[in-house]
Design a protein around this ligand. Structure first.
Ligand SMILES: Cc1cc2nc3c(=O)[nH]c(=O)nc-3n(C[C@H](O)[C@H](O)[C@H](O)COP(=O)(O)OP(=O)(O)OC[C@H]3O[C@@H](n4cnc5c(N)ncnc54)[C@H](O)[C@@H]3O)c2cc1C
Length: 435
């Protein structure tokens, strides 16, 4: 066993772990099972294309985090973009968000959306308290928007009953709609932007990996790769890696997925195990393609609510940065979600074939389009599902009692953006620095 003085240990070199490392004063080591930093926010070069694991764009609500990257790199590594995101349904492109943009959809659809929205937004109506995604959608947008976008899209992404999904995250991620805006967006091409990512940022070079690398380069002396944590004894304060090395720790900041963390901890009370068994998540199969044609789209990404398309979203890396794609070529990603209860029905080659067929059907790819690069990723823990009326407070308390802080999107089991992960890493580090 390592005999050096007990250190704080960070598990995981994703953005949360890297931010915690950057903000922690000395006396820590960071251990990562992979051989590279970034976790989900990482990129790979394939035949001249730089592919992210899935499209990753940055958006900021916190001035500190926005400035942090400039600070780290001594100059901006990011370009900003005015979001160009769209919804494709009924063979029509409508601007995102759908709730205020139904222009050019069939008149019966537009009417349905507006009339039903007016019904729920009428001042005379007594608002119902809601605790689940389905009711929240109906209460805010009405049955029309629900029927033509919100229900099919969210069912396609989440793969579980919308009644069972809690709403802690919705105000942050789903823009509400004013009826007068919905009317303007029904009768004209309404260009007003809404939502948390109406302006977004993306590295000028190197894909999203550039952000992770910027942090990694500041803390690299304390980062150890190929170190998978396989056992944690909270009482003895020891931790074992898959290579059998055993170390003592003072505190742990863990960013590994909560269900995996609980599996490696010795002696977990049954009531905590029961809570962990209730955690649900969505997995994502993401196919990245390099195409032998420039400018295949003028959009950043497109949402697909309809079942006839297997993907729920398609985006274009080459429109985030020209430097992630060779000249006169384009690159895109297509995301397909699944769960243990609703697994993918196809083998990997079949799935790829189906995605390409649906890209043809949507008019994004031409028939016999020349694909010159590809890379797919299966992301097991992609979206933690927020269970209705479920608090994870007891798990947090149990872990904190033993000086273990489980944070980040999968550690705290919340639908978090990269910015929020960077912020949480700092908050925990500041807290530990103050002890
Ligand atoms: C499809 C998809 C699209 C997304 N798009 C965006 C977007 O556009 N904008 C945005 O802001 N956010 C986006 N996100 C969210 C974003 O990826 C996350 O919020 C963020 O990257 C999570 O960082 P993290 O460090 O908490 O977790 P991770 O990136 O998962 O890092 C955890 C690290 O822990 C390591 N690890 C796990 N187990 C062990 C172990 N036993 N021992 C040692 N190490 C271990 C892992 O290898 C990993 O490196 C998206 C997520 C998905 C799934």
């Amino acid at each position: 066993m390592a005999t050096s003085a007990k250190k704080n240990v960070i598990i995981g070199a994703g953005l949360t772990g890297l931010s915690a490392a950057y903000h922690l004063k000395d006396n820590y080591n960071l251990y990562e099972k992979n051989s590279f930093p970034g976790g989900l926010a990482s990129s790979e070069k394939v035949k001249g294309f730089i592919f992210d694991k899935a499209g990753h764009i940055l958006h900021f609500q916190r001035e500190y985090i926005k400035k942090l990257l400039d600070l780290i790199k001594d100059g901006s590594i990011l370009n900003n973009h005015k979001r160009l995101s769209w919804v494709f349904s009924k063979n029509t492109y409508t601007r995102y968000p759908f709730q205020v943009n139904t222009y050019k959809l069939p008149p019966s659809v537009v009417k349905d959306c507006l009339v039903k929205m007016h019904q729920v937004q009428s001042d005379l109506r007594i608002k119902k308290p809601v605790d689940n995604l389905k009711d929240w959608i109906l209460e805010n947008f009405g049955e029309g928007i629900a029927r033509h976008f919100m229900f099919p899209y969210n069912r396609k992404l989440w793969k579980v009953s919308l009644k069972s999904i809690g709403i802690d995250w919705v105000d942050k991620f789903i823009p509400k709609a004013r009826f007068d805006f919905a009317v303007r967006g029904a009768i004209s091409d309404f260009k007003k932007s809404f939502g948390y990512n109406k302006v977004f940022y993306y590295p000028k070079f190197g894909g999203i990996q550039a952000v992770s690398d910027a942090f990694f380069n500041k803390v690299r002396d304390k980062v150890y790769f190929g170190k998978r944590v396989v056992k944690i004894d909270l009482k003895r304060k020891t931790l074992v890696f898959s290579d059998a090395e055993k170390i003592k720790f003072r505190r742990i900041i863990s960013t590994m997925p909560l269900p995996e963390l609980i599996k490696v901890i010795k002696y977990v009370p049954p009531k905590i195990k029961a809570k962990i068994n209730n955690l649900r998540y969505v997995s994502v199969f993401n196919l990245n393609l390099g195409i032998d044609r420039g400018n295949i789209s003028d959009k950043h990404w497109i949402y697909f609510p309809e079942k006839k398309y297997i993907f729920y979203r398609v985006g274009f890396f080459s429109n985030f940065s020209k430097k992630v794609c060779p000249e006169k070529k384009s690159s895109l990603y297509a995301e397909v979600s699944y769960t243990a209860n609703k697994p993918l029905k196809y083998s990997k080659p079949e799935l790829k074939e189906r995605i390409i067929k649906d890209l043809n059907k949507a008019g994004i790819l031409k028939k016999n389009e020349k694909i010159v690069a590809e890379k797919s990723y299966n992301i097991k823990y992609a979206y933690p599902i927020c269970n209705k009326n479920e608090s994870l407070g007891a798990i947090d308390e149990f872990l904190k009692f033993y000086d273990l802080y489980s944070i980040g999107r999968y550690g705290s089991w919340r639908y978090m953006s990269m910015e929020e992960c960077l912020a949480e890493g700092k908050i925990i580090a500041d807290c530990i620095n103050s002890f």
